[in-house]
Design a protein around this ligand. Structure first.
Ligand code: NHW
Ligand code: EN5
Length: 388
């Protein structure tokens, strides 16, 4: 069934209920001298390239490859359209390795035809913090599909991760592979229902008119929580404390320090938005919410070419109920002209999804670890990790 994945150190479907295997690495780290020094062989018309994302030219090539060939929904109505600024941000966290930003070019034309990336992260599984690579942006040009290029790319990124003495990875996919640590559901909250219906992202409900639908999704013009404001650089220490404490309750979650919080959560225009609640009395930072910007191209619509989507990122409530905090997040997202606010059923998100009029989407997201076995699958609510 899975000619490639059967050969990899990942949980295999046949072992899912085997409780005799302990939690932890599937295979031990090898001595660095045993890591292959030469890249894997590509079919002869192609060559490896390391993508320097600081270069405007290379970043544009990556952007265009993904814009035209990356993830679509099951009916090919929408395709993710990560911005260049987003890609630079996603690929340059603290301690990143340029060698993990891997492209494949056609030797003859030098055209970029495939891509895969890793970035370093510390991820805690129960009480063990593991150094991992987060793998993302695997993409093979539509004209080169089904030629078994993806397994070569995965092996090459694995080799380059091993060269940094890192032996585990985390990744997500819309497809089922051996074997998910959990499967999450996408939920969608309409902010601009008329456009969403016009482009086929959502449908007019039964016994609903357009004007009733527009009214149903109306939001106030400004957030309701006293002390709700944008996060600033001076908030990094307090947000780090709040977030670390909050994430400690989940089975799998990132182990963020202040540098990580500054990179991943400080507001970055058109990339990531973060808000917090500062108590008007004590000036204490009690709550936090964030979302990232990921537009999708609308494939074949006469009127609209992009859908502006916000994706729920990390949210922490200690004083303000999460429901109220996320209602304020919806309000600011609406003010910023997003068409839809998306969220997964991870962490404590269940508690606000239905109440704030999110509806389940037709997509799922499966989470995976490479070379790390968990005792059993997790519930989405036990997962404290959001990948981009
Ligand atoms: S998920 C998004 C992936 N990208 C897309 O869906 C974009 C559109 N599709 C494509 O570009 C986020 C192609 O269809 C791709 C496959 C490139 C997906 N993950 O070359 P072949 C990520 O980026 C397996 C993993 O002929 P193709 C996460 C498939 O099961 N494996 O297919 C990435 C089969 O193996 P099997 C995937 O359609 C995580 C083999 O590829 C996969 O031309 C990567 C077929 O290859 C997917 N999304 O190209 C793993 N999709 O065993 C990281 C298909 O079943 C692991 N396959 O025969 C960790 C590495 C680091 C470790 C460090 C210690
Ligand atoms: C990892 N970084 O399928 C990314 N999206 O539901 C890789 N559906 O947008 C993995 N098909 O349900 C990506 N509208 C996996 C996801 C791939 C993209 C994907 C789904 C997630 C999606 C939309 C549009 C469907 C169009 C037809 C959807 C319904 C919204 C409706 C709003 C009102 C209340 C009910 C729900």
């Amino acid at each position: 069934r899975h000619k490639f994945w059967e050969t990899q150190p990942v949980g295999q479907f046949k072992d899912v209920d085997d409780t005799s295997v302990p939690e932890g690495p599937i295979e031990p780290p090898a001595p660095l001298s045993e890591v292959k020094k030469e890249p894997y062989n590509l079919p002869s018309p192609y060559e490896w390239t390391t993508c320097e994302m600081d270069s405007e030219e290379t970043c544009t090539e990556v952007y265009n490859l993904l814009k035209n060939n990356y993830v679509e929904d099951d009916e090919s109505m929408f395709r993710f359209n990560y911005s260049k600024e987003f890609l630079r941000w996603a690929l340059h966290p603290p301690g990143y390795y340029k060698s993990w930003h891997i492209g494949v070019r056609a030797k003859a034309s030098k055209k970029l035809v495939a891509f895969i990336t890793g970035v370093p992260a510390r991820i805690r599984v129960r009480d063990v913090v593991v150094r991992m690579a987060e793998i993302n942006f695997l993409c093979v040009h539509k004209k080169l599909r089904s030629k078994r290029l993806a397994p070569v790319m995965i092996k090459e990124v694995t080799r380059r991760v091993h060269l940094e003495n890192i032996w585990q990875a985390a990744y997500t996919a819309g497809v089922v592979l051996p074997t998910p640590i959990t499967t999450c559901q996408y939920w969608h909250r309409s902010l601009n229902p008329k456009k969403l219906i016009d482009v086929g992202f959502s449908r007019l409900g039964a016994r609903m008119t357009m004007s009733r639908t527009v009214k149903l999704y109306k939001l106030p013009d400004s957030p309701a929580t006293p002390g709700f404001r944008k996060m600033e650089l001076r908030d990094v220490p307090a947000v780090t404390r709040l977030l670390r404490d909050y994430l400690s309750q989940f089975v799998v979650a990132p182990d963020f320090d202040e540098n990580d919080v500054e990179h991943w959560l400080l507001p970055h225009e058109n990339v990531v938005d973060s808000y917090l609640v500062e108590s008007p009395k004590t000036h204490e930072i009690t709550d936090f919410c964030s979302f990232y910007t990921l537009p999708s191209s609308i494939l074949g619509n006469q009127t609209y070419s992009t859908l502006k989507a916000a994706y729920s990122y990390y949210n922490v409530s200690s004083k303000t109920p999460l429901l109220q905090l996320m209602n304020d997040a919806l309000i600011v997202a609406k003010q910023k002209d997003f068409d839809v606010f998306n969220a997964l059923d991870v962490m404590q998100n269940e508690c606000f999804l239905k109440e704030l009029k999110f509806g389940p989407g037709d997509g799922q997201l499966h989470y995976y670890l490479y070379n790390y076995r968990t005792r059993h699958a997790l519930k989405p609510s036990e997962l404290g990790l959001v990948l981009l």
